[in-house]
Design a protein around this ligand. Structure first.
Ligand code: NAD
Ligand code: INS
Length: 335
């Protein structure tokens, strides 16, 4: 069966996922596109999928009878209504992170899916599909004893002027919020944010870098450096310290070059390249499940927990205090 996909939001990642569906993955075809800016949708249609239909409204794309499943790749604050509409239509929906920009919004999605009684939503937490993170999880589960501490860093070379201080949480830290919870098989109980000296490369409205301190229910302490004007590259670091040993996330594969008295490895500059394989694997998983009318991978519950944790971190940015994190009971659908 070919899963016919509609893509809502044809900016950077919507375009990249459309290319992936059309040119890399089997068993799928993009048949519909929609963007708030119709020129963006037409540009992707022209470049990648000339036969796809362009819809002015995402809601009409979701309702179209020839669309079997939906990819929501629009700006984060617009995800919730599209995901709810897809659930109402009974169509599998892959939603780029964040599932919603508030915990209340994510909860509405959890409640709608739980009321349907079967999985329809996959959240785009692609690091769970990354070969390096999967190797790290194997080692954490089997080789380093009880995990005690995590030191992580999420560095972007630069960000646009529209990127403000809370986006360091909702847009950037959200990857660590999800992947560390998955790696440690644990939930968070508190968050704190401290601001080091500000980089002169950060625009006036942005506090950068930031250090986020999280504590888990099992007492593991986590520090994550978020530095989105680091200039030198797109750099993701993760070190887990256990009772019996210590494990580091592998660096992306690159040639080690000895030349002109230097020993060198390339550092990637773009998130699209750093996680290129994991995007392929996560969407292959989505297509496989969508062909059966369901969803796999990171759940709406995972998206909701990430949203609750993000809200606590933003509150911690504003107050300078340690903010407690409490989770409600998990619906049986997500056990
Ligand atoms: N998983 C990842 O690593 C990853 C990487 C990049 C982006 N993202 C997520 O993907 C989403 C899009 O990010 P991007 O970098 O492609 O941004 P972008 O700004 O390049 O694209 C967003 C697109 O959404 C469109 N849009 C805005 N409001 C809309 C609406 N109401 N309906 C339909 N379209 C609308 C915009 O016109 C734009 O074309 C964000 O939520 C972002 O966090 C995830
Ligand atoms: O939307 C992007 C994307 O999620 C990247 O993976 C992250 O490194 C960036 O900080 C964020 O702005």
């Amino acid at each position: 069966m070919t899963v016919r996909i509609g893509v809502i939001g044809t900016g950077m990642i919507g375009r990249d996922h459309t290319r992936r569906m059309q040119q890399v993955l089997a068993g799928t075809q993009v048949v519909a596109l929609s963007d708030y800016n119709p020129d963006a949708a037409r540009a992707v249609q022209k470049d990648l999928v000339p036969d796809a239909k362009v819809y002015d409204r995402g809601e009409d794309l979701i309702a179209a009878p020839d669309v079997d499943a939906v990819l929501v790749c629009s700006t984060g604050s617009t995800h919730e209504p599209y995901v709810l509409a897809a659930i109402a239509a009974g169509k599998p929906v892959f939603c780029e992170k964040p599932l919603a920009t508030t915990a209340e919004g994510a909860l509405r999605i959890v409640e709608a899916e739980a009321a349907k009684g079967s999985r329809l939503v996959q959240v785009g937490f692609m690091r769970r599909y990354d070969a390096g993170y999967r190797m790290l999880k194997q080692v954490v589960d089997n080789d380093i004893g009880t995990p005690l501490m995590v030191h992580a860093a999420h560095r972007n070379p630069t960000v646009p002027d529209t990127y403000g201080t809370p986006m360091a949480i909702h847009d950037t830290l959200i990857h660590e919020i999800d992947v560390l919870r998955w790696l440690l098989n644990d939930d968070y109980v508190s968050a704190q944010v401290v601001f080091p000296r500000k980089s002169s490369h950060a625009h006036s409205g942005l506090r950068d870098p930031q250090m986020v301190l999280l504590e888990t229910a099992k007492g593991i302490r986590i520090d994550v450096e978020i530095f989105v004007n680091c200039r030198y590259g797109y750099d993701i670091q993760c070190q887990i310290v256990g009772e019996e040993g210590l494990a580091n996330l592998p660096e992306p594969m690159s040639i080690t070059l000895r030349k002109q008295a230097h020993l060198q490895n390339e550092i990637l500059m773009d998130w699209k390249d750093r996680f290129i394989d994991s995007y392929d694997v996560e969407l292959a998983d989505f297509i496989k499940a969508a062909a059966l009318g369901t969803a796999a991978g990171p759940t709406a519950w995972d998206g909701y927990v990430a949203a609750i944790t993000s809200d606590a971190c933003v509150q911690a940015q504003e107050s300078g205090q340690i903010v407690p994190i409490t989770l409600p009971a998990r619906p049986a659908l997500y056990d």
